[in-house]
Design a protein around this ligand. Structure first.
Ligand SMILES: C[S@@+](CC[C@H](N)C(=O)[O-])C[C@H]1O[C@@H](n2cnc3c(N)ncnc32)[C@H](O)[C@@H]1O
Length: 390
């Protein structure tokens, strides 16, 4: 399958894929239909929400969402005319498989904003290259970037390119970099299906030297325990290396926390009819993330900070989501303006967004903002408030 998709990413005509993406959006794979079908557009909340949904989709748009978001097996005749005309092309390019009666998506395609994000199915084999479903850290990073159109934007550790796909208007030229080759292929496929031609993705390490950009972002992986312990020595932050991203209160009533590790008897395949594939999507997401996603390699964070500094143009902005245990000690030593807003409650593993302008006058501001149903993720107002109140 991956070889097919690699070939697809390399050889498919971008115009044809873009047209296919437009057909899918018109057929119901869009944020408005997602909200009506699942009760939320918060992609991180979908795995738990999907666990609660059952039954055959009632509408053609629901069938398209069940096929690509729930990754359920869907009867071909449930899809409306708009999707039906795209089926042969989708089969030909390897995005779905099936027979005359039933269809199954080989990868998940999820609406975010006006774009389509590609990641692995929630029941995909747990392996090193797995491209995980976005979690709330993805939302925090994307929503924290201040508005405005820059010349260029570098998203380090881009994964499936959540932030660039959610906010493509933020730069004329966007480059996503990830160590995981499958993530790079999916990020590129998402960009092409979404018709976002100014977003490209390529494989690399965060620390590789590259042309600097006006905006540099990174939703960092979980710290390696050794990095966390090394960098938290002497820090006032009480946290060790955290392991999960807590969910915010959800205005839609979608579940805010996901259960612990998957049960040993978890054999869900995602190939059942209707939208439900068993009661364990959320548990798998939370409990069985592959190492490359969940933990940075030893030395990642010591490499990250100088790399961010090198990657940003003079006068530019760096926005990082990460664990307080590694961010606070590093930024305490860094030059320029550093605003760190932590959103996790005291006693929980600490996560924060840091806005760093290395060339601005030296200033270090640290604040906390409790998440609410109305503001479930950090945003630029948190930076402004932190600067105004300290
Ligand atoms: C927390 S995920 C963030 C993914 C995506 N940016 C998002 O917000 O949904 C961290 C990403 O960093 C990537 N990564 C880990 N180590 C890396 C390295 N040394 N260089 C580049 N990317 C790396 C992982 O493959 C993963 O995609």
């Amino acid at each position: 399958m991956l070889r097919d998709l690699a070939a697809l990413a390399a050889s498919a005509d971008p115009a044809q894929l873009g047209a296919l993406g437009a057909q899918l959006r018109a057929a119901g794979l869009n944020a408005r239909a997602l909200a009506a079908w699942a009760g939320t557009t918060r992609v991180a909340a979908l795995p738990a929400r999907l666990d609660e949904m059952s039954g055959d989709p009632a509408t053609p748009a629901g069938a398209v969402l069940a096929l690509f978001v729930a990754c359920a097996e869907v009867a071909r005749d449930r899809l409306g005319g708009a999707a039906a005309t795209a089926i042969d092309a989708l089969v030909a390019c390897g995005l779905i498989e099936g027979d005359a009666a039933r269809l199954r998506a080989r990868i998940a395609i999820v609406p975010i904003g006006s774009a389509l994000l590609v990641c692995d199915r929630l029941d995909a084999a747990i392996e090193r290259d797995l491209v995980c479903w976005p979690d709330d850290s993805s939302h925090h990073l994307a929503s924290a970037i201040p508005a405005g159109r820059r010349a260029d934007w570098l998203d380090l550790g881009c994964g499936s390119a959540f932030a660039p796909l959610a906010r493509p208007e933020l730069a004329h030229r966007i480059t996503g970099i990830d160590l995981n080759p499958r993530a790079v292929r999916y990020a590129q496929l998402g960009a092409t299906l979404s018709g976002i031609s100014h977003l490209t993705a390529s494989q690399g390490d965060v620390a590789d030297r590259r042309s600097p950009a006006e905006l540099v972002t990174c939703n960092a992986p979980m710290p390696d325990l050794a990095d966390a312990q090394a960098t938290s020595a002497g820090s006032s932050d009480p946290d060790g290396a955290p392991t999960t991203i807590p969910g915010p209160p959800d205005p839609d009533g979608a579940p805010t926390t996901t259960p612990g590790p998957p049960r040993p008897d978890d054999t869900s395949t995602g190939a059942s009819s209707g939208a439900s594939t068993g009661a364990s999507r959320a548990a798998r997401l939370r409990g069985a993330l592959p190492e490359i996603w969940r933990h940075a390699d030893a030395g990642f964070f010591p490499r990250l900070w100088p790399a961010l500094r090198q990657a940003v143009r003079p006068g530019g902005l760096i926005v990082v989501h990460g664990a307080c245990a590694v961010m606070l000690p590093a930024l305490a030593e860094a030059p320029g303006e550093r605003v760190v807003v932590r959103y996790t409650p005291d006693g929980a593993p600490g996560f924060a967004i840091a806005w760093w302008r290395p060339d601005a006058p030296a200033r270090l501001v640290s604040a906390h903002r409790a998440l609410t149903a109305e503001r479930p993720h950090l945003d630029p107002r948190d930076r402004d408030d932190a600067l105004a109140t300290t």
